[in-house]
Design a protein around this ligand. Structure first.
Ligand SMILES: Nc1ncnc2c1ncn2[C@@H]1O[C@H](COP(=O)(O)OP(=O)(O)OP(=O)(O)O)[C@@H](O)[C@H]1O
Ligand SMILES: [Mg+2]
Length: 286
C-alpha cells in the first residue's frame, strides 16, 4: 500500500482476498501471544494494547525503505491485526543446528543495524507506546533515543538463503537505545548465558568468537564495546524485575515462564557476564 493511499492505522480495515479464508495455518507458538495464524499471504495476531503504536512504527519502516519488516494491513472482521507474511524460515523454540551458522549470525548483526538506521527519527505521535509498568533505573544516563525491536530472538528472525532477511513479532518494540537492542540481539544469538543454560546442541559454541563476529557485523565502536559487559549486567537486573512483575500482573505465558525458572536463568547469565567480563572485553577489543 503506498503511503499516500494508506488510511490512519486506527481506521485501516483489512479486505480479504478471494478464497483466502479456506487456508488457515497455525504458526509455531511463542511464549506469550496465543493464536497467531497464517492465512494466505497474511499473518493474523490478536490485537493488543501496543498494536497501534507498532502499526505506526511498521508504516514508518515501510516509508524508510526497510524491507525486513511485515506491513500492517489493518484489522480483520474478527478484530485481529493483519500483517504481511514474510517468506522464509524462523527457528523453532529450541533452535535447530542450521541456526548456529556464523554467516547467519553476522547477517543478523547487519539486519539490526539497518533496522536502527531506518528507525532513526521515528516518534510515535498518534499512538504512543504504552509505558512500561517497571521503569528502567539501571542506566539512567542513557535516555531512550530510538524506537527499536527489542526481541530479536532466533524465533523472530526470518531467514532466506542462510541469511537474516526479516524481523517479525514487534510486540516488545518501543523506545530504547541502539546499543541496548543490539546487545539484546547478541545475547539471544551468541548466545550470552551460563553454559549450563545453553539450548540442547548449542553447548559447544564459542561465545567469545561469536560475540566478536556479531560486534564486527553490527559495527559497535570501541566505546560501545567497552560498555557491553556492564550494560548486560544492568539489563539482567531490569529484565529480572520486569519478568517478575509481568508474571504477577499479566499471568498467562509470563507466569508460565517464571514458574519454569526464567528468573534463575537471568541471574545465572548476570553472574556469568560478571565472571567473564574481562574475557568478553578481550574478545571485543583485541
Ligand atoms: N509476519 C510474519 N511473517 C512470517 N512469519 C511470521 C510472521 N509473524 C509471525 N510469524 C511466524 O509465527 C511465529 C509466531 O509468531 P510471533 O513471533 O509473532 O508470535 P509469538 O512468538 O507467539 O509471540 P510472543 O513472542 O509475543 O509470545 C514466528 O516465530 C514466526 O515463525
Ligand atoms: Mg515470537
Amino acid at each position: 500500500m503506498s503511503p499516500t493511499h494508506r488510511p490512519p492505522v486506527e481506521a485501516r480495515v483489512y479486505a480479504p482476498a478471494d478464497g483466502e479464508a479456506s487456508d488457515v495455518e497455525l504458526m509455531p507458538a511463542g511464549d506469550v501471544t496465543e493464536g497467531v495464524v497464517r492465512i494466505g499471504g497474511t499473518i493474523r495476531r490478536p490485537h493488543q494494547r501496543q498494536s497501534r503504536a507498532v502499526a505506526e512504527y511498521l508504516d514508518w519502516l515501510e516509508d524508510a525503505g526497510f524491507e525486513g519488516s511485515p506491513r500492517f494491513l489493518g484489522r480483520d472482521d474478527e478484530g485481529r491485526d493483519v500483517l504481511t507474511f514474510v517468506p522464509g524460515r524462523c527457528a523453532a523454540a529450541v533452535p535447530e543446528e542450521w541456526v548456529q551458522s556464523e554467516e547467519l549470525l553476522a547477517s543478523v548483526g547487519r539486519l539490526v543495524r539497518r533496522l536502527h538506521g531506518a528507525s532513526a527519527g521515528f516518534v510515535p505521535r498518534a499512538h504512543p507506546f504504552p509505558p512500561h509498568p517497571v521503569p528502567r533505573r539501571a542506566d539512567r544516563h542513557d535516555a531512550a533515543e530510538l524506537v527499536c525491536h527489542l526481541d530479536v530472538t532466533p524465533q523472530n528472525v526470518v531467514v532466506r538463503d542462510g541469511r537474516a532477511a526479516g524481523l517479525v513479532d514487534f510486540d516488545l518494540a518501543g523506545p530504547s537505545t541502539a546499543l541496548r537492542d543490539s546487545y539484546n540481539t547478541a545475547m539471544h544469538w551468541v548466545p550470552l548465558c551460563d553454559p549450563a543454560d545453553a539450548w540442547p546442541g548449542w553447548e559447544g559454541l564459542d561465545p567469545y568468537r561469536r560475540l566478536r563476529i556479531f560486534a564486527d557485523a553490527y559495527g559497535w565502536d570501541r566505546e560501545e564495546r567497552r560498555r557491553l559487559p556492564g550494560l548486560g549486567v544492568d539489563a539482567g537486573t531490569l529484565t529480572h524485575e520486569r519478568m517478575r512483575h509481568n508474571a504477577v500482573a499479566l499471568g498467562g505465558g509470563w507466569a508460565r515462564m517464571w514458574d519454569e525458572g526464567v528468573g534463575g536463568l537471568i541471574l545465572r547469565r548476570r553472574r556469568w557476564l560478571q565472571a567473564n567480563a574481562e574475557r568478553l572485553l578481550d574478545a571485543l577489543l583485541a
